[in-house]
Design a protein around this ligand. Structure first.
Ligand SMILES: NC(=O)c1ccc[n+]([C@@H]2O[C@H](COP(=O)([O-])OP(=O)(O)OC[C@H]3O[C@@H](n4cnc5c(N)ncnc54)[C@H](OP(=O)(O)O)[C@@H]3O)[C@@H](O)[C@H]2O)c1
Length: 216
């Protein structure tokens, strides 16, 4: 089962590639720079050059043969219009390309509050609305989708302990962050959990082991 990771050079994407390789999946990383492709190959993955903003046909060619596409790409720069270009239009383009390439599953790394942008922090409203639009397009696609909505990402070591729900209650005193390593572990683990097909869920650090939280 070939899994292609979009945004494989990102902090979370790189950890997702490592999780998938450790779990024995054949992995292809989609990257924008040739040096990054060489690094991925050295780690034991296939590599392909791809940009979410390319035309759908070119992106579909980069995804050819993939059973699963994981999208961990995002605009990491607050430049005006970039969230709309990458997190909304680019992610929608990736969904169309995955359909065109004949993939079965699509796992989207989204964000807490992407399904309710107005409840998220005001400075994130624009990004959350962009993610909401692409998440909705994915859920309406023919793909078996999973939308992972993590809280604020940290670079702390993974704990393996999380909180997952269709919609988490976010209240003072309850953690709303999560290490990227735990997001990567959850993103890889959903591939082994059929009940995660066509589901979206909020994700933060918590007290439940990842496999149990996903199964529940
Ligand atoms: N930061 C947070 O607290 C937070 C909270 C919740 C959710 N999230 C979401 O979690 C995900 C992972 O975040 P992160 O901070 O780990 O990501 P990151 O390190 O900022 O990585 C972003 C990735 O997206 C790629 N990318 C950007 N534009 C692209 C394009 N046009 N085509 C293809 N790839 C493109 C980058 O590639 P290059 O290396 O080529 O630039 C990089 O691999 C994102 O969706 C983010 O929005 C973040």
């Amino acid at each position: 089962m070939l899994v292609t990771v979009l945004g494989a050079t990102g902090k979370t994407g790189s950890l997702i590639v490592a999780e998938l390789l450790a779990r024995g999946f054949p992995v292809r990383g989609a990257v924008r720079r040739p040096e990054a492709a060489d690094e991925l190959r050295a780690r034991g993955a296939e590599a392909v050059l791809a940009d979410l903003r390319s035309d759908t046909g070119a992106l579909a060619a980069a995804l050819a043969g993939s059973d699963v596409v994981i999208n961990a790409a995002a605009a990491s720069d607050p430049q005006p219009g970039l969230a709309e270009a990458v997190d909304r239009d680019g992610a929608i383009n990736a969904v169309k390309a995955a359909e065109k390439a004949g993939a079965d599953r699509f796992v989207q790394v989204s964000s807490l509050f992407a399904d309710r942008p107005d409840e998220g922090p005001e400075f994130l409203h624009r990004v959350l609305r962009a993610k909401q639009a692409s998440d909705l397009a994915l859920a309406e696609s023919a793909l078996a989708w999973t939308i992972v909505r993590p809280g604020g990402l940290t670079d702390d070591p993974g704990t393996g302990l999380v909180r997952i729900a269709d919609r988490l209650t976010i209240a003072p005193g309850i953690p709303r962050t999560i290490p990227r390593a735990d997001v990567a572990a959850v993103t890889a683990a959903v591939l082994d959990e059929p009940s995660s097909r066509c589901r979206g869920f909020d994700l933060t650090s918590g007290t439940t082991a990842i496999a149990d939280a996903i199964a529940a």
